[in-house]
Design a protein around this ligand. Structure first.
Ligand code: KIV
Ligand code: ZN
Length: 498
């Protein structure tokens, strides 16, 4: 009989903290529903006290999701806990995740405090959270670098105060797998009451050991893994959900089972990558574009004779559809709908009609439409709902001539036009948009990337715009890179012009 490992997904909290990865509430609900279908046990939906947007997202996700426990993060601060409890009020199953830094680095430099005071604050935040919810998870931030004896005292005290789950984060991604496993074992051997609670791992990837540490922690006795889709998260990221799920599915001898429906992995990976504009590295384990591509002659020959010679995972087990149809201008609406469904995106009839029209236009310009293009089209459908939209763009540019752009914007249904020149077509288009918006905005970062290859490819533009001391991120994709640049600029503007 296998042991059950609980999967705690923090894509919408730790993952969403990454600059440029912010989602709006509608997008977060879309991801939360996909996480529910994937079979995660807990969704960490946000940090409600951090902004009204986060509060609202936790509340809306609580309403939209049925089975997984919805968790909200707090610091060891009473008001954070009060606000989190309020945000969770509609959740069918709810958990407050509260805690404090326990390493000497945190105690001394972050809190200018001492071990005894931090222990008291840890107990106080758990006791306070217990007034609102039964299920309270405590995190000992930077537990990876916390002295084991002191960590054991803190964990024992918070269990006595009512913690139901104790999270042992390797916040800085510093631990070696053998040390992290020893830490978990030390707690199991030295903490009274630890057998009554679940121990969680939360490993960051700064030294590329997040998954190895998570697996070691679980083999040491932890029974909750904190993970994100595609391993997104602060700095080098968090532990990847897909890696943990597939390791235990592939190594049955370890006797650990999760509730993850692995065939949904590819779809949600692509959905998160596209909504967060965070490309998946081609050689990423399980979900990278090359994860199942055999290019050398020796490998291809081996796989053709027997796929197990070089493949330890059947691609269909993670939802990689081997007969994945490349769509063309002759593909019908049903084929597009099916491809969107495989990628975890459901559009209503009206949205599908619009996406199909854009699909036909793109297919006219580009012979073959692949998954990245399909996701880009679905993203355009979100952009179409924004307040400020690009109505038209005409640019004259070339060698030996001055670049001039005329731009039309639709702002909440009203039409505006302007014309400007610049040192190139993008500069001219952005200057024309600035003439309409009339705010002091500065383009800080500007990156153009091709999605695949070929001169007919779609170009993706990532842009950071500074306004009023804050940075706002914009994204767009288009076969016309000047249009993509103007749209990315408008995407960023939509985040501060209301
Ligand atoms: O990395 C970390 O320590 C965290 C905690 C807030 C759980 O994200
Ligand atoms: Zn973290």
């Amino acid at each position: 009989m296998s042991d059950r490992l609980f999967i705690f997904d923090t894509t919408l909290r730790d993952g969403e903290q990454v600059p440029g990865c912010q989602l709006n509430t509608v997008e977060k609900i879309e991801v939360a529903k996909a996480l529910e279908e994937l079979g995660v046990d807990v969704i960490e939906a946000g940090f409600p006290v951090s902004s009204p947007g986060d509060f609202n997202s936790v509340q809306e996700i609580s309403k939209a999701v049925t089975w997984p426990t919805i968790c909200a993060l707090t610091r060891a601060v009473e008001n954070d806990i009060r606000v989190a409890a309020d945000a969770l009020k509609y959740a069918k199953r709810k958990r407050i995740h509260t805690g404090i830094g326990t390493s000497d680095y945190h105690i001394k430099y972050k809190f200018n405090s001492n071990r005894e005071e931090i222990l008291e604050r840890a107990v106080a935040c758990v006791s306070f959270a217990k007034k609102f919810v039964e299920d309270v998870q405590f995190y000992a931030e930077d537990a990876g670098r916390t002295d084991n004896e002191y960590l054991a005292r803190v964990i024992e005290a918070v269990i006595k105060a009512g913690a139901t789950v104790v999270n042992i984060p390797d916040t800085t991604g510093y631990c070696l797998p053998r040390d992290f496993q020893a830490k978990i074992k030390y707690l199991i051997d030295n903490v009274d009451g630890i057998d009554k609670v679940t121990i969680a791992t939360h490993c960051h990837n700064d030294l590329g050991m997040a998954t190895a540490n998570t697996i070691s922690g679980i083999l040491g006795g932890a029974r909750q893994a904190e993970v994100t889709i595609n391993g997104i998260g602060e700095r080098a990221g968090n532990t990847s959900l897909e890696e943990v799920a597939m390791i235990f599915k592939s190594h049955k001898e370890l006797g650990i089972d999760t509730n993850i429906n692995t065939t949904k992995i590819y779809g949600i990976s692509r959905m998160v990558s596209s909504l967060m504009n965070m490309p998946v590295q081609p050689n990423k384990a399980i979900v990278g574009r090359n994860a199942f591509a055999h290019s050398s002659g020796i490998h291809q020959d081996g796989v053709l004779k027997n796929r197990e010679s070089y493949e330890i995972i059947n691609p269909t087990d993670v939802g990689v559809d081997e007969n994945s149809i490349v769509l063309t201008a002759r593909s019908g609406r049903a084929a597009l709908k099916h491809r969107l469904h495989v990628l975890g995106i459901e559009l209503d009839k009206e949205a599908l009609d619009k996406a199909y029209q854009s699909f036909l236009q793109l297919a006219d310009r580009k012979k073959e439409i692949n998954d990245d293009d399909v996701l880009m089209l679905a993203g355009k459908h979100h952009a179409a709902k924004r307040r400020i939209k690009l109505d038209f763009l005409q640019v004259t540019s070339g060698v030996g001539v001055h670049s001039v752009a005329s731009v039309g914007l639709d702002i909440a249904g009203e039409k505006f036009e302007a014309c400007a020149s610049g040192n190139g077509p993008v500069d001219a288009a952005i200057s024309a948009i600035k003439l309409i918006i009339r705010r002091t905005m500065l383009v800080k970062e500007f990156l153009i990337q091709a999605i695949n290859k070929g001169s007919n490819d779609v170009g993706k533009v990532h842009m950071t715009v500074e306004y009023d001391g804050n940075s706002y991120y914009g994204f767009s994709a288009n076969t016309d890179i000047v249009a993509a640049s103007a749209e990315a600029f408008i995407d960023a503007i939509n985040k501060f012009v209301h």
